[in-house]
Design a protein around this ligand. Structure first.
Ligand code: ADP
Length: 243
């Protein structure tokens, strides 16, 4: 009876996942459809065509990323992901992620400050550790845009662990959301789900999968991830890896 129950709840989780994933894909698909129908309806100026194409492009990028994230999680669920673990210098990973996001930081007028960047070698998969760092840093930049001026990335060696902290001066997260933050598709502001992109929403609204992927990556490395946040002051995401 217990196993029947477990199978039932597993089915339920899977059904929910499929429903959430379909819902996330439906919005960008419908935006692309509306946009294409709108411009095909009658002739437009080249400026209007460019505008329509850039919306289609943006939605396409969103779907590409979403499908990539869904695949990562589907493979993880099936236990199909084989990590290619080697000795990896975390400071290199942090510098690479910061470089990758330097254009976004500039666009949001936020300075990324890196500290404690002495060599700090852990046993891990370079690709997934970079993805982890990028997800956390990108969130820090996205959500503190227009509020904070700095995002700090700190690396520390402790007696038996390596500690990575990503500290932002953004809106912070209310305590009631913290227990759910690493759940798939969870967003603090559900109302901020995806709509037709505007200047203020285009780069902010995500699918709510980034932190669940971060959580999975940390778990695969035998580490831990937690968040501390003060609404109105900012958030600190802390990841620890065994040394
Ligand atoms: P998303 O794609 O929506 O960014 P994530 O899984 O990365 O998905 O994050 C889940 C939610 O957690 C976000 O929608 C946002 O509400 C909140 N969040 C994540 N990082 C931060 C941060 N640094 N500051 C404030 N809120 C954050």
């Amino acid at each position: 009876e217990i196993s029947a129950c477990l199978v039932g709840s597993e089915m339920c989780i899977r059904d929910r996942f499929t429903a959430d994933a379909s819902h996330e894909l439906r919005t960008p698909l419908s935006i692309v459809n509306t946009e294409v129908e709108r411009v095909l309806h009658r002739p437009h100026t080249s400026q209007e065509y460019i505008q329509a194409l850039s919306i289609v492009h943006q939605e396409n990028q969103r779907m590409t990323r979403l499908v990539g994230d869904l695949l990562t999680l589907a493979r993880a669920d099936k236990g199909q992901t084989v990590l290619k673990c080697e000795r990896v210098d975390l400071s290199e990973i942090v510098v690479d992620a910061a470089e990758d996001l330097s254009a976004l930081a500039k666009q949001k007028s936020i300075e990324i400050r890196l500290s404690g960047l002495d060599e700090l070698v852990v046993w891990g998969d370079r690709f997934y550790l970079t993805q982890l760092c990028t997800n956390l840093l990108e969130n820090a930049l996205k959500y503190s845009a227009g509020i904070g001026k700095h995002v700090e990335v700190k690396l520390d060696r402790e007696p038996h662990r390596a500690r990575l902290q990503i500290i932002d001066e953004g809106p912070g997260i209310d305590a009631l959301h913290l227990p759910h933050l690493f759940e798939r598709f969870y967003r603090v502001d559900q109302a901020r789900t995806h709509t037709l992109p505007t200047e203020s929403t285009s780069s902010r609204s995500g699918s709510g999968l980034g932190l669940s992927i971060a959580h999975w990556i940390v778990g695969e490395h035998g580490g831990s991830i937690q968040v501390q946040s003060s609404p109105g002051k900012g958030s600190v995401f802390e990841v620890c890896f065994p040394l």
